[in-house]
Design a protein around this ligand. Structure first.
Ligand code: ADP
Length: 491
């Protein structure tokens, strides 16, 4: 147990772990997008923009007003445009060029190597796009070109740009070669700023994760620790402990559940103690009687009479009933008892049960009446349902009033038969009614041998009737008696 506890992480560490992992994920995404891929993203956006401008320029190529319109585009988009016409001898002539410096660079570059770029465009299916820098100028020079090393000062160290070239035919059949040059802002400086910022953000996020983990875990774990302390006391047998329902919803629900469990445990504990007291009393009395009578019969030959033997037999039977009740209830409640339903005559079965009470009626003046009406057949487990009826009649006989009257009534309505067992006793107080079906429950806590009972009778009744899916209940008025009833379908 202890080893298990040690291996588990506390709420604090887990929260810190999750928060740190979350922060790390955000940071990795930031690094990827802002640093590793910034250049790629930027260039992709720039390329898209160039393609858009190219199509605008192409649409204006044959326009008489193209100069002013292209000037406008060039100024607005900060892009150098150079439009060349190519005749059938592949001679190029500038049809339009922006006045920017970069456009001049293009002109200068093309002066030396137009052929080379023209071919590039042709090979690329009519267009090309590539990086353009001072190096490109140098490389574009023919090795023996007289321009080598003579790049004009204005074009030296020019920032990197994207060079786009496209060959197309105008509406009037003219062959055009379009060159666009868009400057790229270097992202290196931005990247290094972002990197420094991200290092700081990483540190701040880590610190925040720790603080948040501490705060949240304290909020979460404090009520849990309190509940744990109370639960330990409960485990030690202190059933009066109350669980504080503070913190948040789940904890409040947990403490309510534990409160309920503690209450139920204390009830069961009370009932258990009472049961042990009752059962030991119930066991001891018949055992004492059996021992006493047997000893008398052994020592005094004259006492060996049938009456004394009958006392021993009765007491032994009482013990058997008690033990059977205990066995039945434990079997029913552990779910090992299964029903064996069969169709049988319920009315006749009740008549048979009542014959057992004949002696009681004869000797002790009990009036047990059965108002049966027509014979009724039911589909049920006869031996179990008989036990229900037997338990109800037994209780009625035990608790009935001084007139010693017990009435069993059978009524049929539609396809349901209702059996009622009514006595004229003291009745049961309304506040006790919900509990009488509980195991070991007794309304009258003072143990009287005359009213011997295990507190299990009604619990067996309840379990059997529930197994049959039958409705059942009790109507009781203090001072005038009780009626226990149940209803099951009949044929
Ligand atoms: P017991 O073996 O004690 O009779 P039961 O489970 O049969 O146990 O009944 C539980 C309690 O319900 C009894 O102790 C008694 O207080 C009350 N009770 C049951 N039947 C009646 C009745 N007909 N009249 C009054 N009280 C009753």
């Amino acid at each position: 147990m202890k080893r298990k506890q040690r291996r588990r992480l506390s709420v604090k560490s887990k929260l810190f772990f999750y928060l740190a992992a979350f922060a790390a994920l955000i940071l990795v995404l930031l690094w990827l997008f802002q640093i590793s891929f910034l250049d790629t993203f930027y260039k992709a956006i720039k390329t898209g923009e160039i393609h858009k401008i190219a199509s605008q320029v192409k649409a204006l190529a044959d326009d008489g007003d193209r100069k002013s319109l292209l000037d406008e585009i060039s100024a607005k988009k900060e892009i150098s445009i150079r439009l060349l016409t190519i005749d059938e001898n592949l001679n190029a002539k500038t049809a339009y060029a922006t006045s920017q410096m970069r456009s001049k660079a293009l002109g200068w570059l093309l002066g030396g190597s137009l052929q080379q770029y023209y071919q590039k465009a042709e090979e690329g299916g009519g267009q090309f796009i590539e990086k353009f820098s001072e190096d490109s100028l140098l490389q574009a020079m023919p090795p023996d070109g007289n321009l080598q090393g003579q790049i004009p000062p204005g074009l030296r160290q020019m920032p990197e740009s994207l060079l786009y070239g496209e060959l197309f035919t105008g509406e009037n059949g003219t062959q055009y070669f379009l060159l666009l040059d868009s400057q790229i802002t270097p992202v290196d400086a931005t990247v290094s700023t972002l990197r420094t910022q991200l290092v700081w953000i990483t540190l701040i996020m880590l610190a925040c994760s720790i603080v948040l983990a501490l705060l949240i875990s304290r909020k979460i774990s404090r009520p849990i620790i309190k509940i744990n302390q109370s639960a330990k006391q409960l485990a030690a047998g202190n059933y009066d402990i109350r669980f504080e329902s503070g913190g948040y919803k789940e904890i409040a629900e947990l403490s309510d559940t534990l409160d309920f469990a503690a209450h139920e445990l204390s009830k069961v504990e009370g009932l258990r103690r009472e049961l042990i007291a009752n059962i030991s009393h119930d066991l001891r009395t018949p055992l004492t009687m059996i021992t006493a009578y047997s000893e008398v019969m052994r020592d005094l030959p004259g006492e060996n009479t049938p009456e004394n033997v009958q006392v021993i037999i009765d007491e032994a039977r009482r013990l058997t009933t008690l033990v059977n009740d205990l066995l039945d209830i434990s079997k029913i409640q552990s779910g090992t008892q299964e029903l064996c339903p069969a169709e049988y005559n319920l009315t006749e079965s009740i008549h048979r049960i009542l014959t057992r009470y004949a002696k009681l009626m004869e000797n002790d003046g009990y009036h047990i009446r059965f108002e049966s009406g027509q014979e009724v057949f039911v589909e049920a487990d006869e031996s179990k349902l008989s036990q229900v009826i037997y338990n109800l009649i037994n209780n009625a006989v035990t608790y009935t009033g001084t007139d010693r009257c017990v009435t069993i009534r059978q009524t049929v309505s539609g396809s349901t038969v209702r059996i009622e067992v009514t006595d004229t006793g003291e009745g049961i107080p309304a506040e006790e009614l919900p509990y009488i079906w509980d195991r070991y429950y007794k309304v009258d806590k003072t143990h009287k041998r005359a009213r011997v009972g295990t507190g299990l009778g009604l619990s067996i009744v309840k379990s059997v009737l529930e197994l049959h899916g039958a409705a059942y209940g009790v109507n009781s008025t203090v001072g005038s008696g009780s009626t226990f009833w149940f209803e099951i379908p009949c044929k």
